[in-house]
Design a protein around this ligand. Structure first.
Ligand SMILES: Nc1ncnc2c1ncn2[C@@H]1O[C@H](COP(=O)(O)OP(=O)(O)O)[C@@H](O)[C@H]1O
Ligand SMILES: [Mg+2]
Length: 266
């Protein structure tokens, strides 16, 4: 692994430099990400927003280490040539990302066993994170006995229990009703503040990006490029006059007619 050893507190945690990512289909190469660059701070919540198909999920998967860039560099914590690891835990949109045959406790404890915790340590730590996400009462239930919002909480607890440096979230609240979604946004914000975990979060909701983010990276239509990076960390909420201004700028950049850019498509 190529490495400058340990990015310090003041260095960016993530540097994406001129990254291009392609998929090889049978007779065709699809360029999913053409030339994307941005940086992310050590405890930052960075939102990626853009129209469907612009390569957000592809980019997230490359940061997770599931895909490799065709060109350019992704540097995480001083390292390139990334492979998947518990320092970058992933939460997806789909409710079926849980192990259906394990309880809530089992779902959160299992990955901890895999990375070497004893049974007792894994269960204790799993319980702490299940408490943190407000699911203590449901610890012994199976996924089919949970609502969509509860399933996403389990997925978040499972990711956080790994004590990742960065949480990678791909539209994790995209299939939830508006009320549950708003509640989980508030909780994620609280937990990210408490744990100092960095959050790289894909969304196509302008509201979600503005509520959760420190900064928002705005992608254009494919072939993807970064249109703008917008700082929203000091906004006081929708009553803040700057909120309206930034919101309307984001709408213009994205050419969005309404709050959600493209229905529920992932
Ligand atoms: N496994 C795959 N094989 C081939 N093409 C893919 C694959 N995954 C995504 N793509 C294509 O790459 C582009 C970007 O997709 P994606 O990263 O899912 O976009 P987004 O998450 O922004 O909606 C799209 O054109 C999509 O069809
Ligand atoms: Mg996607």
């Amino acid at each position: 692994m190529d490495s400058d050893q340990g990015a310090g507190e003041d260095k960016p945690l993530l540097q994406v430099e001129h990254v291009k990512i392609c998929y090889q289909l049978q007779h065709q190469v699809v360029t999913a990400v053409s030339d994307v660059s941005f940086e992310m701070g050590r405890h930052e919540r960075l939102m990626l927003i853009g129209p469907s198909g612009c390569g957000k999920s592809t980019l997230l998967k490359a940061v997770a280490g599931f895909l490799y860039p065709e060109a350019g560099t992704i540097r995480f914590d001083g390292r390139t040539n990334l492979t998947p690891g518990p320092d970058r835990a992933v939460v997806f949109q789909e409710f079926d990302q849980l192990f259906t045959w394990r309880t809530v406790l089992g779902n959160v404890a299992y990955p901890l066993r895999v990375i070497g915790y004893s049974r007792q340590e894994a269960v204790e730590r799993a319980r702490d994170f299940i408490d943190m996400i407000g699911l203590a009462e449901a610890a012994n239930r199976y996924p089919h006995q949970l609502s969509g919002g509860m399933k996403q909480r389990v997925a978040i607890a499972r990711a956080l229990a790994l004590k990742p440096v960065m949480l990678l979230m791909d539209e994790p609240f995209g299939s939830l009703d508006a009320i549950t979604r708003a509640r989980l946004q508030r909780e994620l914000k609280r937990i990210a503040d408490e744990t100092k975990v960095a959050v790289l979060f894909v969304t196509h909701s302008i509201q979600e990006a503005m509520t959760l983010g420190d900064r928002i990276v705005v992608f254009g239509p494919p072939p993807s490029q970064v249109l703008a990076v917008v700082d929203v960390r000091d906004l006081k909420g929708p009553e803040d006059p700057r909120y309206i201004e930034l919101q309307s700028n984001l709408h213009k950049l994205l050419g969005a007619g309404d709050e959600e850019l493209h229905g529920v498509e992932g």
